[in-house]
Design a protein around this ligand. Structure first.
Ligand code: PFF
Length: 452
């Protein structure tokens, strides 16, 4: 695609829908509750919220500025803005991150498809939590169905990316995201009405700082980066499709707000039910796939809600996977001169190869471990806590120290008025606070405590 005929979003609402579509996904509804559950609840949530406001919003904004200013893909953006310098390596790391994320993300996204079928065929009917847990473990440990679903999911992703930005991505997110929010609220109400649910709310909202280590802070930061889709250039790529009259600060805060609302509501949906059922919050990746079916079982018209919920969850995952694949495709199209269809096919096939290993790591490959982690766990861990975290670090360093204040705000001022105080706070966060905070957390977690 040349500069003049690059595809683009139609306006502010389209961008918000697509960027929020990228942000809201399995990260909020599947990953956030189980990571919060494993890491002590309230205190983790508090650190997570601080990370979103103080680090997340500045990074979203930085990515949008880099993207819109350069009008290029994640790697090409740095090449254009800083020709002849090695900053494009940040983009390259983003492309690696896209591979890693899609590999394990499509495994879980595939599970959501299985759960749509299960809820249609009454597969949760009259089952105890133990039976639901057994079902989950048996399903994920098998090979054929999880692999089939994963590949179907990858095909769906490729199909939308194939169709291009405006026709594909925007159309789907605009309608389905608000519907997902309504569904989550309905399930929250049911969860809160169960006897004993208060303990769950306490777990989620009452901080206990005894359990906090540098490693936990890194996990909260990694989760925030993962959930907001920052640190790998997805938002640089989307930023390059944003029109010059779209206000970037407003869009950034709206996206962060939408994403965080869904994450917190997912916590409110899961933890009260979990405590009411007497289950452990530290159940790991199976958490929502066991708790939610039980919750639907206890609801009037539960089967209907279950079907709707898993469909919307799959759609939320889809609007995220397309943004990840788009990073790879935009790179191949613009830097390697491939046609969009060819780039999409090559990207999807090569990612599926590592994807298969992730899916099999619940079954045949469960004893194959690297750093004491299965392939799935390793990809899941390094994507958020290493690739996205360091990606975010380099992006703020780039904006604060290389691009510098004036060119940064020049891009923002095209589309909105910024109060000088706000500008100073924002740039302070980008130039000093974010690099120091992310750097300190990473050093604490890796060099002082060691990788766990
Ligand atoms: N933010 C997505 C989620 O929460 O499910 C996952 C994701 C999408 C991460 C795009 C990174 C990314 F670039």
């Amino acid at each position: 695609m040349s500069l003049t005929n690059r595809d683009g979003f139609s306006g502010k609402f389209g961008v918000i829908a697509a960027a929020a579509g990228s942000a809201v996904g399995l990260g909020n509804i599947w990953r956030f509750p189980y990571i919060t559950g494993e890491n002590g609840g309230g205190a983790f949530l508090l650190i997570y919220l601080l990370a979103v406001v103080l680090l997340g919003i500045p990074v979203i904004l930085s990515e949008f500025v880099i993207g819109r200013k350069s009008q290029a893909n994640a790697l090409g953006a740095f090449r254009k803005l800083s020709p002849g310098k090695p900053w494009w390596l940040i983009g390259l790391m983003g492309i690696v991150a896209a591979f890693v994320i899609l590999s394990f993300y499509t495994t879980v996204a595939g599970w959501t498809l299985e759960y749509i079928v299960q809820s249609i065929t009454g597969g949760f009917h009259n089952k105890s939590t133990t039976e639901l847990a057994d079902d989950f473990n048996n399903f994920t440990a098998s090979s054929f169905r999880p692999l089939l679903w994963q590949l179907i999911f990858m095909l769906l992703t490729a199909w939308i990316v194939f169709a291009g930005i405006q026709k594909g991505i925007e159309k789907y997110t605009k309608i389905l995201m608000p519907l997902l929010l309504i569904m989550i609220i309905v399930v929250c109400i049911r969860s809160l009405s169960l006897e004993g649910s208060y303990e769950g709310l306490k777990f989620l909202f009452k901080p206990d700082f005894n359990k906090i280590t540098a490693q936990t802070v890194l996990l909260a930061l990694g989760q925030a980066a993962f959930s907001l889709s920052i640190g790998m250039g997805a938002l640089i790529t989307y930023g390059s499709y944003i029109r010059k009259d779209t206000p970037l600060i407003k869009v950034s805060t709206d996206v962060a707000l939408a994403d965080t609302t869904i994450a917190v509501l997912s916590g409110v949906m899961i933890f009260p039910a979990l405590f009411a059922l007497g289950e452990s919050p530290a159940a790991g990746p199976g958490l929502v796939f066991i708790t939610l079916p039980k919750l639907f079982e206890s609801m009037p018209a539960g089967e209907f809600f279950a079907v709707m919920f898993f469909i919307l969850l799959a759609v939320a995952a889809l609007t995220s996977t397309i943004s990840v694949l788009e990073v790879v495709v935009a790179y191949l199209v613009e830097e390697k001169n491939m046609s969009r269809p060819k780039a999409t096919i090559i990207g999807a096939i090569s990612i599926s190869i590592t994807g298969v290993l992730c899916t099999l790591s619940f079954g045949p490959l469960k004893d194959f471990k690297i750093f004491d982690k299965t392939v799935f766990d390793l990809m899941n861990y390094i994507s958020a806590n290493i690739l996205l975290t360091f990606g975010a670090l380099f992006i703020v360093i780039y904006c604060g120290w290389i691009l510098k204040k004036q060119p940064f705000f020049e891009e923002l001022k095209i589309s909105e008025k910024i109060h000088p105080i706000l500008a100073n706070i924002l740039f302070f966060l980008i130039k000093y606070f974010a690099p120091i905070a992310i750097g300190a957390i990473a050093i604490g977690a890796f060099f002082i405590e060691g990788l766990t």
